[in-house]
Design a protein around this ligand. Sequence first.
Ligand SMILES: Nc1ncnc2c1ncn2[C@@H]1O[C@H](COP(=O)(O)OP(=O)(O)OP(=O)(O)O)[C@@H](O)[C@H]1O
Ligand SMILES: [Mg+2]
Length: 256
Amino acid sequence: MAMSKILTIAGQRGGTGKSVTAVNLATSFALLEKNTLLIDTDPQGCATHWCGIKDVDYTYNIASVLSAKVKFTDAIVKTEFSYLDIMPAGFNLFQVAMKLAKHPGNEKLLGLFLKDVEKEYDYVVIDAPSSYGFLSIMAMTAASWLLVCMSIPQSSTEDFHGLLRCVKYIRTVHHIPLKIAGLLFNRCETMEEILGFLDYHSLSDAKQMVFNNFIPDDDKIRKSIDRKIPAALHDIKGPAASAYLNLAKEIHFFLN
Ligand SMILES: Nc1ncnc2c1ncn2[C@@H]1O[C@H](COP(=O)(O)OP(=O)(O)OP(=O)(O)O)[C@@H](O)[C@H]1O
Ligand SMILES: [Mg+2]
């Protein structure tokens, strides 16, 4: 099997839909029968919970791996989708990250661990926390591709430029050829709206980076979050679930 495609869901602004995207894109790859590993790197554990993983379902999580308590594979949990595994996160990740952040170079740890399992998965999807703390940099440094989540009412020119600066930092400081797979617009209804937004914010050059598929605002997302299941399991024909499936196909086509 070829090396896996490691995609980190990034975006500086909080609440643009990174965790929703990580869960539903990973589920969509799994529905396309691609072996997928979802890694939660946010101590909030949203991606973990929204996949239906409860605290009783696992003994070890990403914090156990990063603090060298267990092997990487010992913290991988199977989900009810046959092609989807997850590495959960919980609040203890916050404490582990504080310790790790004291030593430069530790932000490369996740990337190093991933080398051991790269052959087992077609896709590794990493949910990153907002802002540029240790965990976000670790999540981005582990990736070969970034998927940048944007939402029209929330994202700004500054956020986008900040992200580009961060990509440049990772490329130069960590010598990692990180690339942007594309910009994903969440909670929007038309492509015109997206292009208008980019023009308005003097980001016209970024138009070529926008994915053809965008995610509509969909009450079924909120319902699936309440039920702690991926949107496709709540209603596979729902607007956002369909959009995520089409996005997974678009990304698969683009990366292969
Ligand atoms: N397409 C959508 N339709 C409806 N609601 C959505 C959609 N996307 C996101 N939401 C809502 O927005 C909230 C925030 O989304 P999410 O947690 O994925 O953002 P985030 O970028 O991961 O935030 P954080 O920076 O805190 O990690 C969700 O709890 C959900 O209620
Ligand atoms: Mg999140």
